[in-house]
Design a binder for this molecule. Sequence first.
Ligand code: BES
Ligand code: MN
Ligand code: ZN
Length: 507
Amino acid sequence: MRTVKAQLASAYVTTVRVNASQSASVETDALVVGIYATPDGPEAATGAEALDQALSGGLAATLAALGFAGKAEEVAKFPTFGALPAPLVVAVGLGDRPDGEPDLESLRRSAGAATRVLAGTATAAIAFPASSPEQVEAVALGALLGAYAFTRYRTTGEQKAPVGEITILTEAAGTEDVVTRATVLAEAVNLVRDLVNTPPSDLFPARFAELAEETGGKAGIGVEVLDAVALKEGGYGGILGVGQGSARPPRLVRLAYSHPEAAKTVAFVGKGITFDSGGLSLKPAAQMDWMKSDMGGAAAVLGALIAVARLGLPINAVGYMCLAENMPSGTATRPSDVLHTFSGKTVEVLDTDAEGRLVLIDGIARAAQDNPDLIVDVATLTGAQIVALGWRTAGVMANDDDLRDQVVEIAGRQGEGAWGMPLPDDLRKGLDSPVADIANLNPERWGGMLTAGVFLREFVPPGVKWAHIDMAGPAFNKGEPHGYTPKGGTGAITRTLVGIAESYARD
Ligand code: BES
Ligand code: MN
Ligand code: ZN
């Protein structure tokens, strides 16, 4: 049997730099330009004029001949036949011409759409309408996120490496910091994607914890791992109850980053089910094959802490990765078993497939002991989230309306879809258990995303601000790639967590 040890960073490195040269003269394998869609046909965006001149004003006609309209993320490639040093042009649609500045997310997505089609190319230059540092950052981030490939497990077939070196052509000054920030964020997101994409045979709780030690340690984060014995001693009955059916025991990883000038502490808690079979309440096969992604929350917490540390944000941040494999076996938790959780409360497990909330409550109750200014948990928690909001929009709930709105706003700024959801008090009654303090399931399934949130809220100590992000849909892209988002693990919500840390950091 061949075992592939799950590795850390991707085997590929894509770098970004900034250059002020004109698009027509740059030596590169591919020149990327932005094109707006207008009622009169495709129109070159700022950055593409020099190309148009080199083509003797023939850019719009060339695009029209290719049937290219300039719709958002539309891509066309054409050769330059020696008209300029770059042998290939990649035209990317930017959508309708905006009245003012181009929107940052449209720059990110278009840059990602470009780098996705540039796999196998050594160098590329992007001449987009990016005249401010924040626009340059958006282009850099989108380009780096689009230049992602997970090919570790392929031995045959097409294996193109992502584009190696990206040059952003811009006249903007003072872009070093934004390029660094984009690189740090992209590396964090791409690490999360690697972790989510890694098959569960190679990414189980102990191995995930080791990877957290290696990657977190390198970034200067303190990493503490509780194994099954320590979990037992500590009274973590939720995590243990979920993990006890697996041959591979659970872990709780505590990540800690601190800064000498920090005034505030944020705590992140991630659901890390390395595989969710459902347990004895077994899932149907069609809903099981992608449950390797059920650890996306814990991966996002790790990625975010690494980014926060590498950026040196003046804040204290703790992260909890609640790691377990949810499997059916002779030792598995049975429906009707009662767990003694870290909070002291007992939970009747009516459905072993509602396991995420069981590991999260131990993480949330433990995180509260760090006296954080807020706790944010992130989890692929409910299929009901996908029913309510679809694949690309996470649900955000909180015990404080301002905090909920703030999280939604921060996610929106990063271009991560998120929407505020209520925690209706009337849903609590459905979780009453005849034997324990609370049940993990409401037999009435309507509003399942909210019920899960209401369940979690019961374990947040009074006076502690808490928000919950359900990203069951956004964490994993079962469809085709789009913008800077690949198929498979997306790294969703990682950047939102970094954004939350930034907003609580000292200025
Ligand atoms: N990991 C699943 C939720 C999920 C579903 C994530 C689809 C990503 C895509 C979670 O553990 C689960 O099984 N939830 C149940 C809860 C139910 C039993 C109350 C669900 O949503 O069906
Ligand atoms: Mn489940
Ligand atoms: Zn799950």
